[in-house]
Design a protein around this ligand. Structure first.
Ligand SMILES: Cc1cc2nc3c(=O)[nH]c(=O)nc-3n(C[C@H](O)[C@H](O)[C@H](O)COP(=O)(O)O)c2cc1C
Length: 158
């Protein structure tokens, strides 16, 4: 008997993570972004990472369409951005400081790191799709990370 959904969410919440906003852009030029912590490094050579995206997310069609995305790792003072990008739909970029990266996706200013990717593969996985990204450019910025643990935002040292 598989574990129940809410219990799984509760248990998985015990794995402390950083928080990212994954951005992409549709062929129409419409920018998308969603808060995500299902993110992992996968391979160094070639440089690969993975993200898991809910099939019900508004930004879901973006990834196959554009074949690019950028992972923005949020700083501790970017909790409001995390909350904003965790609400479905609308123009989430209004009032947000960003620039367009080399791959065409938005980079959020103030993020502690960003990784620009081109889509390198995908795997159907239940109600999510796992996307592999090949990392083309990445940069860091000195600041404290935003953390997520047991359903709440945290800072290092809490
Ligand atoms: C801390 C946190 C982590 C999340 N991680 C993911 C994730 O890894 N994948 C995902 O699809 N949604 C994740 N979500 C939920 C999405 O951010 C949320 O469904 C969002 O509304 C999707 O935006 P969209 O519908 O505009 O694409 C997370 C939300 C929070 C607050």
């Amino acid at each position: 008997m598989p574990i129940e959904k809410n219990e799984l969410r509760r248990v998985m919440g015990h794995f402390a993570t950083g928080v990212t906003v994954i951005t992409s852009i549709r062929a129409s030029g419409e920018m998308h972004g969603l808060t995500a912590n299902a993110f992992s490094s996968v391979s160094l050579v070639p440089p690969l990472l993975l993200i898991c995206v809910d099939k019900k997310a508004e930004s879901y069609p973006c990834f196959e369409e554009s074949k690019i995305f950028t992972v923005n790792i949020l700083a501790s003072d970017q909790e409001s951005l995390s909350r904003k990008f965790a609400v479905s739909g609308g123009n989430k970029f209004e009032g947000v400081s960003y620039r367009i990266g080399a791959n065409g996706a938005p980079i959020l200013n103030g993020a502690i790191a960003y990784l620009e990717c081109k889509l390198a593969g995908s795997m159907d996985a239940g109600d999510h799709t796992v996307y592999l990204g090949e990392i083309e450019q990445a940069e860091t910025h000195e600041a404290k990370p935003l953390l997520f643990f047991r359903g709440g935002y945290r800072e290092l040292g809490d």
